[in-house]
Design a protein around this ligand. Structure first.
Ligand SMILES: [Zn+2]
Length: 455
């Protein structure tokens, strides 16, 4: 196929790489990566696709909304002219919040309402009233032992505000939400409240997320907004006999069949070698899943849109994978890797975007012996802005592909504000900036092209 962009590429090259000491002025790869960046920034459709996707509402797996998102993705891939579109069946959990959530604390005949949201996997309750014990950790709950029985356990250890990498702060606190309820239930607690996983220390949005009872007793468990957590902590410090009342309409329904949606842009000479780029299609149900992970979905689609717009067909097949049910158990990721293995598909690399639509600052992954090669590619990202490669986490959805030999890595955006929105009602379209979203898409397009054609 003709490459019309090559005619203009020299001009782009001069503009973007005049100061680069790494890339030779005649490097044809730099022509392509510079043109990809320009295409995404000038004509990218990721932002408008995000507007469409988020207008469907939340995409909690197992719900009718998630199925609408599956159909949206399929239609979008077809509209962009991908060579092959696949709906891959996957069994997903079906937990619903219902429409009734109420929390309050009563002390000295004063009732203070608590702003809360059930955690995914929580049991429902038509009404529980009990004394509450504030703790900072699961080990503290274990030490309390028998004293936990009949009580509501309130985990209130904040995310560390000093950590510049907010994901590190999240990792340091999220065990309270993911397994804290199981630990408390094991000792006879009747319910659990958890301080929301956000760095905003006096905010009114509860941030939900999955909790895992691992087959143990399922009890009601909810996230408190940080403001409500602060209030509750102050009240029970003054009055340890204060009683918390909780009503949740949450319900666990039988698992249902949903779909991973993926689409292939076939490679020119190595079509059976795959370079994956993706995000997860499902979201939590409180907002619209704009940063988490609508951003990753539309950025991944943009990678192929930009390649096609420039009539670039790399050697390997670029496959955009939209994983289902990342938020409650990642069954989509496991099923995708399982089928890829059963079908003996060669996966060369897999890139995930699931850290929000903020300005990109680099990539992290298990680069292994590829590291020196990757470092040479850094200069191709110059048009996007300063980008750093780190050895580290790739992402929940692509991690299983490492066992197939794929180099797995993830986009790292600036994480400063990610947890202002994460799993909360304010994770809406308006929270995403078009330029930042498109710079991330550009970085992903460049890396995907390099793995698909230059590796
Ligand atoms: Zn996510």
């Amino acid at each position: 196929m003709q490459n019309p962009f090559k005619i203009i590429a020299t001009t782009i090259l001069m503009a973007n790489f005049a100061t680069s000491s790494v890339i030779a002025a005649s490097d044809p790869v730099a022509d392509v990566t510079a043109a990809l960046h320009r295409e995404v920034m000038e004509s990218g459709t990721a932002y408008e696709n995000l507007r469409e996707l988020t207008s469907l509402g939340h995409r909690l797996s197992g719900t009718a909304n998630a199925e609408r998102a599956v159909q949206w993705a399929k239609a979008k891939f077809e509209a962009y002219g991908f060579d092959r579109v696949t709906l891959q069946p996957v069994e997903v959990p079906h937990w619903i919040r219902g429409n009734h959530e109420l929390g309050s604390v009563v002390s000295n005949n004063q009732t203070t309402s608590l702003n809360l949201a059930a955690l995914g996997g929580s049991a429902g309750t038509s009404g529980i009233t009990a004394g509450v014990i504030e703790v900072q950790s699961q080990s503290e709950v274990s030490r309390l032992g028998a004293a936990v029985r009949g009580k509501i356990i309130f985990y209130n250890r904040p995310m560390d505000p000093a950590l510049a990498n907010r994901f590190a702060a999240y990792s340091g606190a999220v065990d309270q939400r993911s397994s804290g309820p199981r630990t408390a239930a094991g000792l006879g607690a009747v319910a659990v409240l958890v301080r929301s996983m956000t760095t905003l220390d006096n905010d009114d949005f509860p941030h939900t997320g999955m909790t895992n009872f691992s087959g143990g007793t399922r009890i009601p468990a909810a996230a408190l907004s940080t403001r409500s957590a602060n209030q509750l902590s102050a009240i029970i410090r003054n009055d340890p006999t204060a009683q918390v009342h909780l009503e949740l309409s949450a319900e666990v329904l039988p698992p249902v069949t949903s779909y991973n949606v993926f689409a292939d842009y076939l490679g020119e000479s190595l079509p059976s070698e795959y370079v994956v780029v993706g995000g997860h299609l499902d979201s939590w149900d409180l907002g619209q899943g704009a940063h988490d992970d609508g951003a990753g979905v539309v950025q991944s689609i943009e990678v192929v849109r930009a390649l096609k717009a420039l009539h670039i067909r790399p050697k390997r097949t670029v496959r955009v994978v939209l994983f289902m049910a990342e938020e409650n158990g990642a069954s989509g990721a496991r099923e995708y890797a399982k089928q890829a293995s059963l079908n003996n598909e060669k996966h060369v690399a897999a890139l995930e975007s699931d850290e929000g639509g903020f300005a990109p600052i680099g990539f992290s992954g298990a680069f292994g012996s590829m590291r020196s090669r990757i470092d040479l590619w850094q200069a191709y990202l110059n048009p996007v802005g300063p980008m750093i490669f780190r050895n580290g986490e790739a992402g929940t959805d692509v991690d299983p592909l490492a066992s197939l030999g794929a180099i797995c890595y993830g986009l790292n955006p600036d994480s400063t504000h990610y947890f202002d929105y994460h799993h909360a009602a304010n994770d809406r379209f308006e929270a995403v900036d078009k330029t930042e979203l498109h710079r991330g898409a550009s970085a992903m397009a460049i890396m995907t092209y390099l793995f698909a054609n230059e590796y």
